[in-house]
Structures are given as structure tokens and as C-alpha cells.
Design a binder for this molecule. Structure first.
Ligand code: UDP
Length: 570
């Protein structure tokens, strides 16, 4: 059956259960954004010209909302607890539904079991019938529950799973044996999934798929109205919980800010003003989402104190015409030095409260400054007050952008029929399995491009001719190496360059070449002329660097405002 775009979101609201504050929040959001979603679906439908692809049967199991995993979030929805995950799940539901797929939504273990076909009363044994879903979207909690209740069927079907994973999971933490051996300790890793099965909130590392969420979009009239209604002296502080006001040294920068602007907050409180929030701050209390947006439409500045990390609110603020001012982290925060990231399966270095805003948006919308430097901070405020900015929303965070991306993933990502390893031949490693692909050296000889005469698999996605191979500097990961060339690292291309000839083509001298398990390989230790190839395809990783090695990096182009997709990827 062909998937047909839907033109009404009401039936989706029926599919989402009741009885939890979190579900009400999600439904309210879907309802509020419905017109915007429907317009976007119509636009994508026209763009695809009937190439919608097959309708999939999809199970959406939101693990963190199940009682069995504690459901700590639902009771805090109205009390300033985190909402980012619910924003994202609401948007995933809307997108999958509009794309015309057949959905089941579960938020309890019992519903999960009955939908999977786990025989009642029997735990942990294989399913008696074939799994009735082509795809399962869940989170780490749900993954754990499925593993516990599907017995051996879990292994068989895990290639159909997509894990919504806010901060991302790097390959080195995902590979159980390697992570254990090399001390990549985490509370969440070790699942041996294909790294692209993890789907993140922001495009953190291209090793994972970027799922994202959406923000409210404005038409021309609204943009004009917002611009003329801006109160240029109004600042809103990012954060719903009083604890963010405990930040060390905040008195200094708050008093500077207060010289120039009226400071507003949306901090949750029960009966009294939270003692952490200074008296000169106008606190509105936690607002319903659409009222929060209204506040942002008036404000000139949205200011972050360093927490929460990487949430949706700064994008909403920028989309509503605010400037986002945030603290630079020096040294960057990561799982090695910060409690919040400890145990998370990533070594990513977070250089500010919102690196996406810093790197993908930047000035004039985003200012990332050292809050300990009063002069820098004050100068930023003064410049911001003098600057006019337009509302701005990157295409990938519009409804159309999200629909387009999810559509591409559903039609092209297949982790169940991966190229199987070749029969064990002595000199050949499993990772060598790949079509013949002469990589032509580009004229200036610094990198390789796909040769036009090379045979290419027409079904391969992304198409291989967008590949460029660059050699990293020792201090750079492939993410950074590609980024510096205006490209993005594409992990599915590692298999094309994991070959001895590629070193040769790049004029790299290899006195020896070994296949080993290492998430930095393929790479060369230049000073000793040792070359290394990757033995374990699951460890191909855009993330990771070590001064000892220069890495071979597979880069590709991307669409303006849609980093997940290459130019010919739709
Ligand atoms: N939000 C809200 N009321 C408020 C402040 C924020 O509903 O008073 C919403 C906001 O629109 C955003 C969501 O909370 O979509 C999550 O925002 P945040 O960036 O704070 O991320 P979190 O830490 O909650 O995951």
C-alpha cells in the first residue's frame, strides 16, 4: 500500500491515550500546530510528486512515560520539569501520522506486550507470531523493556527499532565489546545497534540520525507585527526551574543586564515567589506553551544561564525574533567533566549552553560570550540593543523540513538488509565488503572525489557520488574535518574508503597496514608510517580524535538548512 498524506490530525489525537499530564501536553501541542503541519504536508506532497513510498506499520512506544520506568516526567509537566522530550515526541507523532503511516501508540508495558504479541503471563520468550510492525520508534527505556520481554526475538527484530536519544550515542559507546574493552563506560550504551538507529534532538554527530522537532512558523504579516511590537528593553530568562538561578557569579552579570533591560522569567512556583529569583525580576510563573511564545514575541532578548542544555526554547525564541545570549563554556562541558553528561554515551564537547544555536545559527541571532568577563558581557548587551534582528527558523526545524527528513529516513534507511559479511577469506576483513570504487584524486591533490566512471549502486543512499575523502588533522574528528570544508561527515561512506588503495591515492606511505577494531580507523599514524583499517563496521565513527592519528574522513555536501540530507538525497 502506498502511503498517502493525511489531511486531518484529529484521528491522531484519538490514538494518543489520556490520563497523564504529559499526554495532555503533547495533544495540546499537536492541536496548536495542526494548521502549520497540514500546510507543510501539502507542500511536501507537491514536492514529492507521488513518490511517497510504502505505508509502514509503526509502533511508537514512549518508554519514559511508562509507570514501569518510573514516569518521573509526567508529574512535573506543570511544575517546571523538562518538556523537551515531549515536544519532540509530539512532533514525531504528528510527522509520522501526516506522512500516511499506520500508527500504534503505547505508554505502558502492558500495551507494549499486547501489541508486540508477547504471550500473556509469559515473560522473556520469543514471539509466537511474526512482529506486526515494520518500524518501532522508542527510547532507551522502551528498548530495555523490549529486550526484557521479547526473548530471542529481540535480536531478530532490533534492526527495525529507532531510538529517540536526545544527546546521541557515539559508535565507541554503542559497540559492547569495544566499549567494555576500552573503558567507554556509560549507563546507556552497549546495544550494538547500527549507530544511525539512534535519533537525536539536534544534529550532534552524523553518526546518529538527526530527528529534531519543530518550532512555530510565522507568516509575513505576523513577522511584521512582531517586529513592530517588540519591547526593546525586555529580556526573558531561559529556564523553568528555580535552580538555574543558583548559578555562581550570576549577581555580577544580572546587575549589568538589569542596568539596560527589564528582566522577565517563567519560573515555576507554588504559592510564593521562589527565593532564588531576585526581586527585580518579573516572574510570570510557568506558562502554557503558547503563552510562553507570546512572551517571546514581545521580548528582545532571551538569555541563558548555562542550564538546561540544548533544549527547544532558544530556537523558539529566535523564531520569534529574539536574540539568544548564552554563556561560552571554557573548558567545554562533557561526560568527562560534568555531572549532567556523566554516564551519557558520548564524549562530545559542549562548548556552550546550546552549540547548535552557536554553530548553525550564530550572529546576529545568537551571541555566545564569556559571562565571567564583564566587559565582554556588557559590550554584547549594548550591541544587541542596537541591532535589529528578523525572526529566523532554520528550515530543518520547520514542519516541512522535519517531514521531508523523516520521509527520507523511512524510505531509505534499512538496517535489516545490510550487506552481509563476505565469506571468511584470510586476507579480507568483513569491513572490506564494498563495490569497486575508484576514487578520483581531485586536481589539487588534497582530497579524493568519487570518480564519474565508477560503478555505483543506484539504490545506495545517500548516493555515493556526493562523497569526498579528506584527511583529518590529528586534533580533529571527522565531524570537524568535514565541517571546515563546508561539508558534513557521512558515516555510511566509510565503507568506500576503508581500503589500502585509498592511502596510496592520497600519497600516504604505509610501511604496514593492519585491520583493527578502533573507532578512529581508517587512519594513519604519520610519523611511523603505519596505516590502519577498520575491522568492525559498527565502529565507523565521525566522532573521535587522537593526536596520534590522521583519520580518513568521508564528507558529503548537504542541503541548505537541512544538514541531514545531501543535495540529491530526496
Ligand atoms: N515552555 C513552556 N512554558 C514556559 C517555558 C517553556 O511551555 O514557561 C516550553 C517551551 O516552549 C519549550 C519547552 O518548554 O518548547 C522545553 O523547553 P526547554 O528548552 O526549557 O527544554 P527542557 O529543559 O524543558 O527539555
Amino acid at each position: 500500500v502506498q502511503a498517502a498524506f493525511r489531511s486531518d490530525l484529529a484521528p491522531l489525537l484519538e490514538l494518543v491515550g489520556t490520563g497523564k499530564e504529559s499526554l495532555s501536553f503533547m495533544k495540546k501541542r499537536i492541536r496548536h500546530l495542526a494548521q502549520q503541519w497540514l500546510r507543510a504536508a501539502r507542500r511536501l506532497e507537491q514536492k514529492l510528486k507521488g513518490r511517497q513510498g510504502d505505508q509502514k506499520h509503526i509502533l511508537i512506544h514512549i518508554g519514559f512515560l511508562t509507570e514501569e520506568s518510573g514516569d518521573v516526567f509526567s508529574p512535573r509537566v506543570l511544575k517546571g520539569g523538562p518538556l523537551g522530550e515531549m515536544v519532540q515526541w509530539a512532533d514525531i507523532l504528528a510527522a509520522l501520522f501526516l506522512l500516511g503511516h499506520s500508527l500504534k501508540v503505547t505508554v505502558s508495558l502492558k500495551e507494549l506486550q499486547s501489541n508486540l504479541g508477547v504471550p500473556p503471563g509469559r515473560g522473556n520468550c520469543p514471539l509466537t507470531n511474526p512482529l506486526p510492525f515494520d518500524l518501532i520508534y522508542t527510547d532507551y527505556h522502551g528498548l530495555q523493556q523490549m529486550k526484557q520481554h521479547m526473548g530471542l526475538s529481540f535480536k531478530k527484530y532490533r534492526c527495525r527499532v529507532r531510538v529517540i536519544d536526545t544527546f546521541g550515542t557515539e559508535p565507541a559507546y554503542n559497540h559492547e565489546e569495544y566499549a567494555t574493552l576500552r573503558g567507554f563506560r556509560t549507563n546507556w550504551g552497549y546495544w550494538n545497534l547500527h549507530p544511525s538507529q539512534f535519533m537525536t534532538m539536534f544534529p550532534h554527530t552524523p553518526d546518529n540520525s538527526f530527528m529534531g522537532f519543530v518550532s512555530e512558523e510565522l507568516n509575513q504579516t505576523e513577522r511584521q507585527r512582531i517586529k513592530s511590537n517588540k519591547v526593546s528593553s525586555m529580556a526573558v530568562v531561559y529556564g523553568k526551574e528555580a535552580s538555574i538561578w543558583k548559578l555562581q557569579g550570576k549577581e555580577k552579570f544580572l546587575s549589568i543586564l538589569n542596568k539596560y533591560m527589564e528582566i522577565h522569567g517563567t519560573v515555576y512556583y507554588e504559592t510564593q515567589r521562589p527565593p532564588e529569583v531576585p526581586a527585580f525580576v518579573k516572574n510570570h510563573g510557568l506558562l502554557p506553551q503558547h503563552e510562553f511564545q507570546q512572551l517571546l514575541r514581545k521580548a528582545k532578548l532571551f538569555i541563558g544561564f548555562g542550564f538546561p542544555y540544548e533544549g527547544p526554547a532558544p530556537l523558539e525564541a529566535i523564531a520569534n525574533g529574539c536574540v539568544f545570549l548564552q554563556a561560552r563554556f571554557n573548558p567545554p562541558h562533557s561526560s568527562l567533566n560534568h555531572e549532567f553528561f556523566r554516564g551519557k554515551p558520548t564524549s562530545r564537547e559542549v562548548s556552550s549552553q546550546h552549540p547548535y544555536a552557536e554553530d548553525f545559527i550564530g550572529k546576529p541571532h545568537v551571541w555566545t560570550v564569556d559571562y565571567n568577563n564583564s566587559e565582554e558581557f556588557e559590550a554584547a548587551i549594548k550591541t544587541i540593543l542596537r541591532t535589529q534582528v528578523d525572526p529566523y527558523l532554520p528550515y530543518e526545524y520547520t514542519c516541512e523540513g522535519m517531514l521531508e527528513r523523516i520521509h527520507a529516513y523511512i524510505q531509505h534507511q534499512d538496517f535489516c538488509t545490510m550487506p552481509s559479511p563476505p565469506p571468511p577469506a584470510k586476507a579480507q576483513s568483513p569491513a572490506m565488503q564494498s563495490p569497486p570504487s575508484p576514487l578520483a584524486l581531485s586536481p589539487n591533490a588534497t582530497h579524493l572525489v568519487w570518480s564519474p566512471s565508477a560503478r555505483r549502486d543506484p539504490r545506495a543512499w545517500p548516493p555515493a557520488d556526493s562523497l569526498q575523502v579528506w584527511l583529518s588533522e590529528g586534533q580533529h574528528a571527522c565531524t570537524e574535518t568535514c565541517r571546515r570544508r563546508g561539508l558534513v561527515c557521512e558515516p555510511t561512506f566509510f565503507r568506500f574508503l576503508n581500503k589500502k588503495e585509498v592511502f596510496l591515492q592520497l600519497s600516504i606511505t604505509c610501511d604496514s597496514t593492519e585491520y583493527e577494531m578502533n573507532h578512529l580507523y581508517p587512519a594513519v599514524a604519520e610519523n611511523v608510517h603505519e596505516c590502519y583499517l577498520q575491522k568492525e563496521p559498527l565502529l565507523f565513527s565521525c566522532a573521535g580524535h587522537n593526536t596520534k592519528y590522521r583519520r580518513l574522513c568521508p564528507c558529503r555536501d548537504y542541503r541548505e538548512g537541512q544538514v541531514a540530507l545531501c543535495r540529491d538525497c530526496l
